[in-house]
Design a protein around this ligand. Structure first.
Ligand code: GDP
Length: 366
């Protein structure tokens, strides 16, 4: 599964958020399946109302949602890039994730220490950014030292290209900027992919606000929102303590009641999970049979054979064609047969680019 790492300074509400994630994962276990991976890793279902709708129509034996993994990455403090706190170990954990959820404290509470004094969301963000940038700069400079000679002697044109990208990254990082804002081309990114740069990973921010500001946000979350506008980054406003409480309620009726008391239509966690999914440019297609209705995760732009490969590599290798029904058509006509009778079932080939919500059936050679 794709992995999202939760980072942030101490006492901002990371563990509280992670508890909400892992509780909700456990709560789902009765319906679906649950894997305990490690104490700091939680696997959650991606909430998707379409699955319930398909379940209603198909009445399958089981429903399997698609999942996303959250990792609690504790230990980032000022000076981590120089080995403070858990330092390097923690940074290594970030290298492995596909995206970062950066939790930022936007609540005041005199009982909860903030080492740097008054609440300052932009200042907090910058502390973390700086640590990650310094670490990236270290990786980039090491690589520059290794490729410089080869690039300059001109024997290897690839080394020359790589060297130039690295120099560009270096200058950018030295200005206190993140690689994700550099606008590298796809080819450029491939050329430096082996560095697993931390500030290249997609990021979204959780503004952890006080209870009173859950629906509206507050002055802190607004400052944060304004400061990340240039990055085009998403800020999810939520209250992690409340989320942790919601996730502890096992009875759906209790949960509903709790949510409605706070005027929430759904847990903030659902918004967060969906935002993370979107951040990674992921979409969902479905398979719908009497045994199983299931959601599958793919990247935007994938063609039918590659999408089939998520189910099984044989599906990709032996791909012949796909029968495709758009989700809206499936719901409108109510079944595969009705869609076929009404000419809403399409036969698509190898070049078909899968759309979000497609209900697919693959034909393949074994
Ligand atoms: P971490 O160090 O970032 O993992 O932070 P924790 O999740 O352990 O939270 C630090 C403290 O802040 C704990 O005492 C939490 O109960 C408290 N906390 C977390 N979220 C909120 C919040 O939204 N509002 C308030 N008032 N306290 C919170």
């Amino acid at each position: 599964a794709l992995q999202v790492g939760i980072v942030g300074l101490p006492n901002v509400g990371k563990s509280t958020l992670f508890n909400a994630v892992s509780n909700s994962a456990k709560a789902q276990a009765s319906n679906y399946r649950f894997c305990t991976i490690e104490p700091n890793v939680g696997l959650v279902d991606v909430p998707d109302e379409r699955l319930a709708k398909l379940e209603e129509l198909v009445k399958p034996e089981r429903v399997v949602p698609t999942t996303i993994e959250f990792v609690d990455i504790a230990g980032l403090v000022k000076g981590a890039s120089k080995g403070e706190g858990l330092g390097n170990k923690f940074l290594a954990n970030i290298r492995e994730v596909d995206a970062i959820v950066h939790v930022i404290r936007c609540f005041e509470d005199d009982n909860i220490l903030r080492e740097e004094g008054a609440i300052n969301p932009v200042g907090d963000k910058e502390i973390i950014d700086t640590e990650l940038q310094l670490k990236d700069l270290e990786s980039v400079e090491k690589k520059i030292a290794r490729t410089e000679k080869m690039a300059k002697t001109g024997g290897d044109p690839k080394a020359k290209v790589e060297f130039e990208i690295l120099k560009k990254c270096q200058a950018h990082l030295e200005q206190g900027k993140n690689i994700r804002e550099l606008g590298l081309s796809k080819e450029d990114r491939v050329a430096i992919a082996d560095l697993f740069l931390l500030t290249e990973k997609p990021v979204l921010y959780v503004a952890n606000v006080d209870e009173a500001s859950m629906l509206t946000g507050n002055k802190f979350s607004e400052t944060l929102q304004a400061s990340v506008k240039a990055e085009n980054a998403t800020v999810v406003v939520m209250n992690n303590s409340i989320e942790a409480q919601i996730s502890e309620l096992e009875d759906p009726a209790d949960k509903e009641l709790f949510l409605s008391e706070y005027n929430l239509t759904e847990p903030g966690l659902n918004r967060l999970i969906r935002s993370a999914y979107g951040l990674l440019n992921l979409i969902t297609y479905f398979t719908a049979g009497v045994q199983e209705v299931r959601a599958w995760t793919i990247h935007t732009g994938w063609k039918a054979p590659q999408a089939a490969g998520v189910i099984h590599t044989d599906f990709e290798k032996g791909f012949i064609k796909a029968e495709v029904i758009g989700y809206d058509d499936y719901v409108k006509y109510g079944s595969e047969t009705a869609c076929r009778d009404n000419g809403r079932l399409r036969i698509e080939g190898k070049e078909y680019v899968v759309s979000d919500g497609d209900v697919m059936h693959f034909r393949f050679n074994v």
